[in-house]
Design a protein around this ligand. Structure first.
Ligand code: DOR
Length: 442
């Protein structure tokens, strides 16, 4: 099948260009092909932008074990509609993904179910160092330095040290210091006030863990990526190491802050916690200056009834993947950043961080993971219209400008103006870790 996408503003690696793109089978076969190209289908895209599919390197799609919250079908449908053509899924399942066998079981499930491309991290524990050393077909090792949903937590200093010292895969971490969290919780005492969540999981918890992980990464010269940075202080610290470490930020930490607890209650309860409006600004500046390199969703769905429990019985996490790209396109329209920067943060950047082969760019020979976006489309976020199984959004009732309208995954159009083609499946992402990460030459 050959498809020609005509006259879009195509976001090429060097910048936008009014041109046409040919998809042949699973690949981008030509850019600016001239007049006489023979194709099976022509898509007229004047007035629309064509971007590489978004690569979201942090989702929790809950399979196996918590499929009443999400599964690979609903999670990947949300991706297709939201312009996310590749996801990397976290290991805090039930059972947690801590062995090659469990990781491969998830890959098999995804091959059966996922409408978009997929990869899975392996989770670190205090005693699975041998599994971590042998792991393959994975972006890397995920360490929970602070406890969150599930039972993955690396508690002992010597375990943490061994993981950095003895493994070779890239490491990524949830940086909140468990000791600080416990001490804060003890000092504050039992409370049902969700605003206290940001005092229990405070700036100090975040910065202490981030500092500790950076120290280990430098000591052992280990590839390291900091997940969901939340504080200006961490961003300042990361600026000093931007040539050796990478990091990411999520829309909830860029666009929401502790003032939103009044409106959102426990819906705004996430780990790491929401921080101040000043931190929002610090994180934006870090992104714009290149001190934080990528944006991810940390899509962490919980059912409405779970989230309606009183704090602290209410679980932490919110669904984001349906709206990840629209939230950022809206910021482009607000003048906060350019579309080219969004493409760097959400497509090219994650492909570079995780050594993903042939994805993240519109270039001949790359996989045809493509999204047409309408930068002028205005639409309300409505909980009832979310594809995520938990059917709610912290942005319910917000009008966003800039939405994906058509999505191709390895050459197959999986989403088109509200309709899904569920006949195709995404592919397993290939990681070439010898490439060397974010700074490697192409
Ligand atoms: O808020 C969060 N929820 N943060 C995490 O790190 C885990 C996630 C979840 O899986 O629910």
């Amino acid at each position: 099948m050959k498809t020609l996408i005509v006259n879009a503003t195509v976001m090429l690696p060097d910048g936008p260009s009014e041109t046409s793109v040919v998809i042949d089978g699973s690949q981008i076969a030509d850019i600016d092909p001239g007049k006489n190209v023979k194709v099976d289908e022509t898509v007229y895209a004047t007035g629309l932008h064509l971007i590489p599919g978004v690569i979201d390197d942090q989702v929790h799609f809950r399979e196996p074990g918590m499929t009443h919250k999400e599964d690979l079908v609903t999670g990947s449908r949300a991706c297709a509609k939201g312009g996310v053509t590749t996801f990397l899924d976290m290991p805090n399942n039930d059972p947690s993904t801590t062995t090659q066998k469990l990781l491969e079981e998830k890959l098999t499930l995804a091959a059966e179910k996922s409408f978009v491309n997929y990869g899975f991290y392996i989770g670190a524990t205090d005693d699975n160092i041998q599994d971590l050393k042998k792991a393959k077909r994975t972006p890397g090792i995920k360490i929970f330095m602070g406890s969150s949903t599930g039972d993955l937590l690396v508690e002992k200093a010597e375990s943490l040290e061994r993981i950095f010292a003895e493994t070779t895969l890239p490491i990524t971490a949830h940086c909140e210091d468990e000791e600080t969290i416990r001490a804060n919780a003890l000092r504050i005492g039992r409370t049902s006030n969700v605003c206290k969540h940001s005092l229990i999981r405070d700036d100090e918890a975040a910065i202490t863990a981030t500092r500790r992980a950076i120290k280990l990464a430098l000591q052992y010269e280990h590839r390291f990526h900091v997940l969901h940075v939340t504080t200006e202080a961490e961003a300042t610290l990361l600026a000093d190491y931007r040539h050796v470490l990478t990091s990411e930020v999520c829309p909830q930490h860029l666009l929401l802050n502790t003032e939103d607890y009044m409106r959102l209650g426990t819906l705004g309860q996430v780990n790491p916690s929401l921080k101040s409006a000043k931190d929002n600004e610090g994180l934006w500046n870090a992104l714009l200056e290149g001190n934080i390199q990528i944006i991810a969703s940390d899509h962490a769905p919980h059912t409405w009834s779970d989230k309606c429990k009183r704090y602290p019985e209410s679980p932490s996490g919110m669904p984001v993947v349906d709206n990840l790209l629209p939230l950022m396109l809206n910021e482009v329209n607000n003048g906060r950043c350019s579309l080219q920067q969004v493409v760097q943060w959400m497509c090219e950047g994650p492909a570079r961080v995780w050594d993903i082969v042939d994805k993240g760019k519109i270039e001949v020979g790359y996989d045809a993971d493509l999204v047409l976006v309408d930068m002028n489309k205005k639409q309300l976020v409505e909980s009832a219209n979310q594809e995520t199984k938990c059917k709610w959004s912290a942005w319910h009732g917000t009008e966003l400008t800039g939405w994906p309208v058509r999505t191709w995954v390895v050459g197959h159009e999986v989403y088109r103006h509200g309709e899904f083609d569920e006949s195709h499946r995404g592919v397993e992402v290939i990681f070439d870790h010898d490439r060397g990460g974010f700074w490697a030459e192409d």
